[in-house]
Design a protein around this ligand. Structure first.
Ligand SMILES: Nc1ncnc2c1ncn2[C@@H]1O[C@H](COP(=O)(O)OP(=O)(O)O)[C@@H](O)[C@H]1O
Ligand SMILES: [Mg+2]
Length: 258
């Protein structure tokens, strides 16, 4: 039996009467790139929030390497090797590019971001480790030379790369990327695709939510389709393209133009 990196078991999350995620189950093997697609409001971001520990499920279970991690908060999930990027790219204003990445890395440090300001000796040692991990992540995404620049002066595509660097600096085993190509042009989307491949090649498992079908079909090995909170299909890109339910429910008359 293969050891799953992640198992999502009949996971549900309601908001009042809305079943945003409705009994979704799937498993993720280490080393794959898997995509979650579906129309707006299908529950993709909510599913990410549940897995990353930003939101607690109404019912169901999440296991990481067989360990029950259901309802653990995001900083504990980060400690266990789960990082995510956000659909809305977040830049902390008044901070340099490097400081923006270090904010992410502090989430899995013993000292934490605010107590690090006290600078006790073990915290200073930890600070060095955080600095190194942050610089390594910036080099990895190609922003190494911009580390001292105010982050809010970066063009949008580089802010997206910064979002990846922040996640990578926590040295994750699993990265959840929520619509990484949103707002990017074709060339920039290819750049993000290349970065995701590079992340994958470095040994990190990737779970991706994305609207850009050509990107999804291009880089994913497996695809899950959500509709109204339910999983309606799962398979390879070829299987998904041929799936009548997917074409009918998700893509309507347009078909998959990938
Ligand atoms: N914090 C929230 N409070 C209330 N309803 C929410 C909240 N987050 C998401 N929803 C609802 O849950 C459903 C799924 O949303 P979401 O996960 O953002 O979908 P997607 O990312 O696939 O577009 C939608 O109907 C949305 O309005
Ligand atoms: Mg979303």
């Amino acid at each position: 039996m293969t050891e799953h990196l992640l198992e999502v078991d009949s996971l549900s999350r309601n908001f009042g009467g809305v079943k945003a995620v409705n009994h979704v189950s799937f498993a993720l093997n280490p080393g794959v790139i898997k995509a979650i697609i579906g129309p707006n409001g299908a529950g993709k971001t909510t599913l990410f929030n549940l897995i990353a520990g930003n939101l607690r499920p109404t019912s169901g279970a999440i296991r990481l390497n067989g360990k029950n991690v259901t309802s653990l908060p995001d900083y504990q999930m980060a400690t266990l090797g789960v990082a995510r990027t956000f659909q809305m790219t977040r830049v902390f204003h008044g901070m340099t590019v490097l400081e923006n990445v270090m904010v992410g890395r502090h989430t899995r440090s013993r000292a934490g971001f605010f107590s690090a300001a006290l600078r006790l000796p073990y915290m200073r040692r930890e600070e060095q480790g955080i600095l190194q991990a942050a610089m390594k992540a910036l080099d990895f995404v190609g922003l190494g030379l911009k580390s001292e620049q105010p982050a809010d002066t970066l063009p949008f595509r580089e802010q997206r790369l910064l979002e990846f660097a922040r996640a990578l600096a926590t040295e994750p085993r699993l990265i959840l990327a929520d619509e990484p190509a949103a707002g990017l042009n074709t060339r920039e989307t290819k750049e993000v695709a290349a970065l995701i491949r590079k992340i994958h090649q470095s040994g990190v498992t990737v779970l991706l939510v994305e609207h850009d079908m050509s990107l999804v079909m291009d880089i994913s090995e497996e695809i899950i389709v959500l509709d109204f909170g339910r999983k309606i299909a799962e398979g390879t890109p070829e299987e998904i393209k041929r799936n009548d339910d997917v074409v009918a429910v998700y893509l309507g008359k347009r078909g998959i133009d990938a």
